[in-house]
Design a protein around this ligand. Structure first.
Ligand SMILES: Cc1cc2nc3c(=O)[nH]c(=O)nc-3n(C[C@H](O)[C@H](O)[C@H](O)COP(=O)(O)O)c2cc1C
Length: 183
């Protein structure tokens, strides 16, 4: 099994999404010791904004297509995703490769992959909460992976900027979830 591990937080060692995505990968490797891990850090090794010329280079798409499982660390920035992660998505949503348009509408072509996303958010976005209308990070990522034929799984650490106690509790809970998820 090949695991592609993507991170996009700018916060280095203090990053919750990095800690959770690392734990997911560790848990997956625990259950599949023979798996190979390919790491792509979109902060230390950023992809430039998309250009027409960039479509000629399919290395990022190929890396995605070759992975069986993709683990993504996704912090919420300004209610959506880091632009570093958007630049990566811009390279994997390619007509004819990961989706196509048919007479019956769009069809995802990347079926069969497992995508697990570690969300880290400063606030709370549960249904009914004051900020629930701004839950764009999760809905966007679900929508975009559904579009290419994948139902992503999420592990979320929320309320990270509410208080240090809340942060510790949310991260601990999310790390616990990664054990269940991989098993
Ligand atoms: C530039 C920036 C923008 C942010 N915007 C939001 C936001 O819109 N909503 C929110 O709930 N938290 C926001 N936060 C808080 C982060 O989501 C939170 O700190 C989270 O822990 C980031 O993930 P990380 O720890 O993996 O870096 C923002 C943080 C930064 C640095």
């Amino acid at each position: 099994m090949t695991i592609l591990h993507i991170d996009s937080s700018i916060s280095g060692e203090n990053s919750a999404s990095r800690a959770i995505s690392r734990s997911i990968v560790d848990q997956l490797r625990h259950w599949n010791p023979a798996s190979a891990v390919v790491t792509r850090d979109l902060v230390s090794d950023p992809l430039p904004h998309l250009t027409l010329d960039a479509f000629a280079d399919t290395s990022v798409l190929d890396e995605f297509l070759q992975a069986d499982t993709v683990v993504i660390g996704a912090p919420m920035y300004n209610f959506t995703l880091p632009t570093q992660l958007k630049a990566w998505l811009d390279r994997i949503l390619i007509a004819g490769q990961t989706f196509r348009y048919t007479e019956n509408g769009p069809e995802g072509l990347a079926r069969g992959k497992r995508v697990v996303i570690a969300l880290a958010r400063g606030g709370f976005y549960d249904q009914g909460s004051p900020a629930s209308a701004l839950v764009h990070l999760e809905t966007y990522l679900r929508g975009i992976f559904n579009f290419i034929g994948i139902e992503p799984e999420f592990v979320a650490a929320d309320g990270l900027n509410i208080s240090p106690e809340q942060r510790d509790m949310s991260i601990k809970q999310a790390l616990g979830e990664t054990v269940r998820l991989a098993a």
